[in-house]
Design a protein around this ligand. Structure first.
Ligand code: GRF
Length: 200
């Protein structure tokens, strides 16, 4: 079974979706470790509730991004992690992690990339006035929210929406496509051709 690490910073609803998919048998993988850079992240509570190995690594203890990521890398290696999932992890991945886990780090983003990368993507899309919003699971590379796209799901924007109601409907779709993308990865069905991901 593929060993996963989930990197988090906050409430952890996407972590929960991955946990649920494993527990209900949809996803044949195991979470070896959950790592948070934030001590009080609710995601850590969720992990503990499910008996998972949950670790807080305080980036402020480290002088450089490299030394922080070396520490994270050590935890990943100790837990024999094969695939890293970013799930609301608020740090940009640096070259230390990228080079050790090349094409083995995935992220979920609450917009239809390449539109609206970065923070508050749902609000950006709402304020721009798009009629269709959505979410994206992608490989992580050097560029912020810029790696090859694995899966996307559209969410229609309604006249009565606020940024919050729209974000809520996008989140429901995130919880579906993230486990789906991880399943494709662990079943070896994702093939990178340049920046295209061929599924099958
Ligand atoms: C999600 O909207 C995800 O797409 C983005 O950050 C948010 C994390 O939410 N990267 P949660 O912590 O998984 O609930």
């Amino acid at each position: 079974m593929t060993k996963l690490a989930v990197l988090v910073s906050g409430r952890g609803s996407n972590l929960q979706a991955i946990i649920d998919s494993i527990e209900n048998g949809y996803l044949k993988a195991e979470i070896s470790v959950v790592i948070s850079d934030i001590a009080g992240a609710y995601a850590l509570e969720r992990a503990k509730k499910h008996g998972l190995n949950a670790v807080h690594i305080d980036s402020k203890r480290f002088e450089t991004k490299e030394s922080y990521e070396e520490e994270v890398l050590g935890v990943l290696r100790n837990n024999k992690v094969e695939l890293v999932l970013l799930a609301g992890y608020m740090k940009i991945i640096g070259k230390t992690l990228l080079s050790s886990y090349k094409n083995r780090i995935l992220n979920i983003h609450p917009a239809l990339l390449p539109a609206f990368p970065g923070l508050h993507a749902q609000q950006q899309a709402f304020e721009y006035g798009v009629k269709v919003a959505g979410c994206t699971v992608h490989f992580v590379d050097e560029e912020l929210d810029g790696g090859a796209i694995i899966l996307q799901k559209c969410v229609e924007v309604k006249e009565c929406d606020t940024a919050e109601t729209l974000a809520g409907r996008i989140l429901e779709q995130e919880h579906k496509i993230y486990p789906e993308a991880v399943k494709l990865f662990v079943e070896n069905k994702l093939h990178l051709e340049g920046r295209k991901v061929i599924i099958g």
